[in-house]
Design a protein around this ligand. Structure first.
Ligand code: DAK
Length: 256
């Protein structure tokens, strides 16, 4: 059987390509298990500083595998716990960049939204079409899409199943930026390489701080930010970063 994901490394950037082209990268259990294991492996690998997750030109992922879900019944879905492996990506400490071309639908859109930064090709199409299947999003779509694009668009997309193209997704703050399709992977790798030159510990806590904004009030979030910011003054990277600025040279982070 063909591998469901393909792995490359580019310097300190780990690239994961979803690889079920015949099914538009539908996210079946074995694929999600492979993806989760690889994300954890890159996270634990000191030679890797950032991760790029992508699909094919036609589809980032067209959703969870509908044919696999078809026979499932409640309460089996409750006991067999098919949710757990979807959440691995939210536990990754290194920055994860989604590079989305083509369809990012249902679980595919949810997977992209679980990444830290989403870059989109001008061919990308985002949507939560679960309503057409008689269900609703099940991997955070009702929550993350609403927080990203606001109630008006999220409600319309989730209730009607309408897709958003890349330009609309950028206007609606669902993606960080849109690039020509042929530039998608080079741009994502370039961004990953840039992150790889920065302080690993600062990147990790920056992620934590931004993610906290989705979970809490402003005053509590500001307190969390402070509690993450102040200990950075005990790190070699803070000394190196500030000394390098004062000495007009490039910092060398993560050396000790
Ligand atoms: N699942 C399984 N197969 C899929 C698929 C999917 N989501 N999407 C596409 N395919 C398969 C098609 O069946 C077809 O296979 P063959 O018939 O050739 O064997 C092949 O991919 C090519 O698809 P099409 O022939 O349909 O290609 P088109 O270009 O005509 O159309 C399309 C592209 C993306 C518009 C269309 O394929 C489509 O509508 N796909 C379904 C999109 C969708 O409804 N996605 C949402 C699925 S529900 C959860 C986590 C996540 C979820 C739920 C729970 N937990 C953790 C609890 C998520 C749920 C979903 O994502």
């Amino acid at each position: 059987m063909a591998e469901m994901i393909l792995i490359e490394t580019h310097g300190k950037v780990g690239l994961i390509r979803l690889n079920r082209p015949a099914a538009l990268n539908a996210l079946c259990d074995p694929l999600m298990a492979e993806l989760g294991a690889q994300l954890l492996a890159f996270d634990a690998d000191p030679a890797i500083a950032a991760i790029v997750l992508t699909g094919s030109e036609k589809a980032f992922a067209a959703g969870a595998d509908i044919k696999e879900m078809l026979p499932r019944r409640y309460p089996d879905v409750l006991f067999n716990d098919f949710i757990t492996q979807w959440e691995t990506i939210t536990r990754i400490k290194k920055p994860v960049i989604a590079a989305v071309a083509g369809f990012a639908l249902g679980g595919g859109c949810e997977l992209a939204m679980m990444c830290d930064i989403v870059l989109a090709a001008d061919t990308a199409k985002f949507g939560q079409p679960e309503i057409n299947l008689g269900v609703i999003p099940g991997a955070g779509g009702t929550q993350r899409l609403t927080r990203a694009v606001g109630k008006a668009k999220a409600m319309e997309m989730i209730l009607s199943g309408r897709m958003m193209d890349a330009a609309e997704a950028e206007r609606a703050n669902l993606v960080a930026r849109v690039v020509p399709a042929e530039q998608l992977i080079p741009e994502a790798l370039k961004l990953g390489e840039k992150l790889a030159t920065l302080s690993p510990v600062a990147l990790m806590v920056a992620k934590q701080a931004v993610n906290r904004a989705f979970e809490t009030t402003l005053s509590e979030g500001v307190r969390v930010e402070r509690s993450l910011f102040l200990p950075l003054f005990g790190t070699p990277d803070q000394q190196e970063g500030m000394a390098a600025f004062a000495e007009k040279r490039k910092p060398r982070f993560g050396q000790s």
